[in-house]
Design a protein around this ligand. Structure first.
Ligand SMILES: [Zn+2]
Length: 422
């Protein structure tokens, strides 16, 4: 490469990161309230954000439109019209009091990559589509992945009847937004239209930072099982019932919680377990707790491993309950499968990471992502970008400019060298 050419390439790549960060800030300013970032599905902020993203897509040389559920969709044709596409994207809704990067980084980086190709008048032997999912977090209607489920053709119609806190149904909210709830199906895509779905996203955890790496190759989106446990003993007077005669449900729960933690700690294959909620009844200083409810969240990179772990944990809790003469009831309240990243795609992501000069490091995603829905319509891969302190779903969420740049370089290289599955 000549010196001038090298200098041009360098300028181009540096401006990629600068623009990504500028746009993260621009999108991050579109919020329900200025103090706490919240961009919720089918609100005025959703509309303003969608218009801004569509304008970026058009500026990057894409045709762009809002689909039947409010996703933003951009398309950059390949060497010929109507070729199947490599789909890139992420979501642009947020949780409440969110950070600016969760979702938008993947979407904005994908647009930046297309803009770069367009600037160089480069067409590929496939189309590129960029999608911004309207609802991934599920804040408003307590049902996640609404945007990607619509695209994957797995949107559940009954969700249209669910209501937000102001008692507005999703059906009504769609009508107010100018979308037709009867036509969500029009957002669905066919498998033959998609060569793959690739999402760049912040890690939302501390592993890349600890490894001192800007990017990572995701192996799988971990499946999760959530359980609700109910322990019943006998309430009694804190002063009169001798220790040996007690059936204290809260002490029993405490032993269960520690047992879950110990069990997960000794696991070497990425198992994580969390008790994040507990309540005790009757809940008074001078009464022995007679009844306790707590939740258990178990995640692992493979379904088989998670299921074995759940069975083992349940056995341990049962044994504790039995020994303490407590009645135990356990219900599965939520279960989602592990979504493995396709190995043929993962190989190409790893090649792009290595070609950019970074160590190839693989890690599972403990958090859920749109790929969990997209797997029903395409093979999926993910690239993680380091975020400061692993902090996410929090205003302190932060990505360094150099890491945004690194992510963009990897994604652009992946796109330019992408080979569809044989
Ligand atoms: Zn996200």
């Amino acid at each position: 490469m000549s010196e001038t050419k090298a200098a041009v390439a360098e300028t181009r790549l540096i401006s990629l990161g600068d623009e990504i960060v500028a746009r993260i800030n621009q999108l991050g300013a579109i919020s329900e309230t200025p103090e706490h970032l919240a961009r919720i599905f089918l609100t005025a902020e959703h509309r303003v954000a969608a218009e801004l993203i569509l304008s970026w897509m058009r500026e990057a040389g894409m045709s762009a439109h809002l689909d039947a559920i409010g996703n933003v969709c951009g398309r950059y044709e390949g060497e010929r019209a109507n070729l199947p596409c490599l789909m890139l994207g992420s979501h642009y809704d947020t949780v409440r009091d969110a950070g600016k990067w969760d979702g938008p980084l993947g979407l904005i980086t994908a647009i930046a990559c297309v803009a770069d190709l367009n600037k160089r008048s480069k067409r590929l032997p496939f189309a590129i589509e960029v999608i911004g999912f309207a609802d991934e977090e599920g804040v408003r209607f307590a049902s996640t992945l609404l945007g990607s489920r619509a695209v994957a053709g797995t949107f559940v119609e009954s969700v249209l009847n669910s209501r937000d806190r102001a008692d507005v149904s999703m059906r009504e909210a769609m009508l107010q937004f100018g979308l037709d709830p009867e036509h969500v199906g029009a957002a669905a895509r066919a498998r033959r239209e998609l060569l793959a779905y690739v999402e760049l996203h912040i890690e939302q955890g501390p592993v890349l930072e600890q490894k001192n790496l800007p990017v990572g190759v995701v192996t799988a989106i971990a499946g999760a099982t959530r359980l609700a446990a109910h322990l019943t003993g006998m309430a009694g007077h804190a002063g009169t019932v001798p220790m040996a005669l007690r059936r204290d449900a809260l002490s029993g729960a405490a032993e269960c919680i520690v047992a879950i933690e110990e069990f997960c700690k000794t696991d070497q294959a990425g198992l994580v377990g969390t008790v994040g909620y507990i309540d005790a009844m009757p809940g008074a200083t001078n009464v022995i707790p007679g009844r306790v409810n707590f939740t258990i969240d178990i995640r692992a990179p493979t379904d088989g491993h998670r299921k074995l772990a759940v069975a083992d944990i349940v056995r341990r809790i049962e044994a504790i309950a039995k020994r303490r003469n407590l009645t135990l009831q356990i219900d599965v309240t939520h279960e989602n499968r592990t979504v493995p990243c396709a190995s043929w795609l993962k190989t190409q992501v790893a090649e792009a990471v290595a070609a950019e000069g970074y160590d190839v490091f693989e890690l599972p995603s403990g958090a859920g992502h749109d790929g969990m829905a997209m797997i029903d319509v395409a093979d999926v891969a993910m690239i993680f970008v380091r975020c400061r302190g692993g902090i996410s779903h929090h205003p302190d969420e932060h990505v360094e400019l150099a890491d945004a740049e690194a992510g963009a370089r990897v994604l652009l290289r992946l796109v330019e060298n992408f080979r569809p599955r044989d």
